[in-house]
Design a protein around this ligand. Sequence first.
Ligand code: DCT
Ligand code: MG
Length: 408
Amino acid sequence: DIVWYTESMHAGIPVIILDRHRLQVGYSQKPGLELAVVSVPSYACQRHTPLLHHNITLTDALSILAENAELGENEGRGVAFRRAAALLKSLPQEVRGAEQLRGLPCLGEHSLRVIKEVLEDGVSLEVETTTHSEQFKAMKALTGIFGVGAKTADRWFREGIHTPSDLQRSGHTLNRAQRAGLQYYDELNLPVTKSEAVAIGQIVERAVHAVLPGAEITLIGGFRRGKQTGHDVDFLITHPDEGREEGLMPKVVSWLEAQGFLLYQKTTGNSYLESKEGPARPASNMDRFERCFSIFRLSTDNEGREIQTGREIQTGREIQTGDGPRSWRAVRVDLVVSPYSQFAFALLGWTGSKLFERELRRWAVHEKAMTLSSHALYDRKRYLRASSEEEIFAHLGLEYIPPCDRNA
Ligand code: DCT
Ligand code: MG
């Protein structure tokens, strides 16, 4: 596991020592040439990755290339850049020279080349070229429309559609999600703040408790990892009496709709009930929970006071629209309902980050011959029960990583 040697450190300079599971900073004793011995585990789910880290310039550059690969539907390449960025996020110090990276895992040839360039020149030509490319800008703008994926965006780009306005003018037939996405484009691309997430949480709680008292609501996704902003707000809903949660989503949605809180919603049904199917191995990692993709109408009350109803207009941050200023905004909200027995798996699977989740599943398969999803963990045919995230990490033979350190 010892993978990083640097020979240029002077006595008294902190030396980073990483064992399989944790990061340590020690001090070298001998003057002159010193050895920093660093071992970094190669799976992101074995590492602590805080939200704030020391290598933002490098990870920003790699993230651009990852995004570009994902928009080009080159998943493998995207993951390679994401893994490299995640490795840098987990380091306890700023990287100042490429020689410090010798032997570290997750850094492919391409990523290393980009890192070197940024360290030496401050920028990477490839990253600069990408951010300025018409295709990248157009793909980002088009996939920034709710309901538009990379395939559709690419087709439109080839037709000469580069912006949401181009799309509006094109006369293309759009589905309901895309129409809403276009209508609320600017607002949905405005980061959602933590206080907005909390305000939405209060509304969701009222809706859920109105139709099922005793149900439990948990803020998941990036906000659970400690992020101060997000592109949406994600909630997981369950009830301690297994079965009571069945059919909950349509009732919650009706309540929210009746109160005027929803600008858009699409609910998909649960297709994974242990009682009906038996503890079968899930066919894929695709979630089969009751799920609602929605756009909330949130009054922008800068006092953070509880908002009475969705129809009530309050003063606060004003959103400029074609119709003039107004004091509510559109927010993407995802609701997921989980049976109580699957709650820990759902919580772990929906807390993210996306790369952390991918790495957990990869660890399970390759290192433990297990299958992990947001519903269950299987050791070959055997279903491993868990009532907490800690138990799932233990089943997987991993040190527990708290949500704030899952920002890979
Ligand atoms: N998720 C996942 N794989 C995906 C999509 C989502 O594992 N392909 C999980 C991890 C995060 C969680 O679902 C919520 O998804 P997002 O809202 O897209 O991510 P986020 O981390 O909450 O990011 P943001 O703060 O931008 O909303
Ligand atoms: Mg989210």
